[in-house]
Design a protein around this ligand. Structure first.
Ligand SMILES: C[S@@+](CC[C@H](N)C(=O)[O-])C[C@H]1O[C@@H](n2cnc3c(N)ncnc32)[C@H](O)[C@@H]1O
Length: 213
């Protein structure tokens, strides 16, 4: 969901850095072949992730929710020399497209895809991360947050996507709307958590920028 008109969106993308050719190809192929292509970060958010990592220069990134690898490839643009990304995806059907593009991008040595449920995989990781991109099932956000915070360096960043949930977070959620309720709870919990500081960026579907103190 975008909170700006398609006219402004088009203008924003025209003025912003262009989407690299390989990412345009992945974007198109995802839209042609994969269910729910709106899940892909896309041109503007992809450039945001690229600019963010190029400024922050993370050495270790954890991504929760790979999909076809678009956001992973964008974040890899700013990895520190010798840095790595671990990305977790529960759907094994996405693996072949992901691997094809990671290879084309020359990223096979710096990116590790782990197929399975992130809830089971995260506790097995021994790495310490500079950055986490949280973009999987919304009702798991709070559990992922608690799992990854001890594995995040001081000053490390968690970016959580879709925290405005099409604006639904500002309204009273229906009792059966589990995702809206979960994101509302997550946002309020993080905002009141004195282990971190956060900044909600009202761009695209809302990105919560969380810094570990
Ligand atoms: C919004 S998409 C990720 C989009 C991707 N980050 C991008 O920007 O291109 C969310 C992905 O999380 C995956 N996912 C959902 N629940 C998961 C879980 N418990 N463990 C691992 N992956 C999960 C879904 O299969 C889906 O591919």
């Amino acid at each position: 969901m975008n909170f700006i008109s398609s006219r402004i969106q088009e203008y924003t993308e025209k003025i912003s850095a262009q989407e690299p050719e390989l990412l345009q190809e992945l974007n198109k192929e995802t839209h042609l072949k994969i269910l729910y292509p709106r899940m892909l970060s896309g041109h503007w958010q992809g450039r945001f992730l690229s600019f963010f990592t190029r400024l922050f220069r993370p050495e270790m990134i954890l991504e929760i929710g790979t999909y076809t690898g678009y956001s992973c490839m964008c974040m890899a643009e700013g990895l520190e020399e010798g840095g790595r990304i671990i990305t977790i995806e529960k759907n094994p059907e996405l693996q072949s497209m992901f691997e094809e593009y990671i290879e084309k991008a020359g990223l096979s040595d710096s990116v590790t895809l782990m197929i399975g449920n992130a809830m089971d995989i995260i506790p097995t990781l021994n790495e310490t991360f500079d950055m986490v991109f949280l973009d999987a099932d919304k009702d798991g956000y709070l559990r992922y947050y608690e799992m990854v915070l001890p594995k995040l360096k001081k000053g490390g960043v968690i970016l959580a996507d879709n925290v405005l949930w099409s604006g639904k977070v500002t309204e009273k959620a229906k009792p059966n709307d589990k995702e809206t309720l979960a994101i509302q709870h997550f946002n309020e919990y993080v905002a009141g958590d004195n282990r971190v500081e956060c900044l909600l960026l009202p761009v695209r579907d809302g990105l919560l920028w969380i810094v570990k103190k």
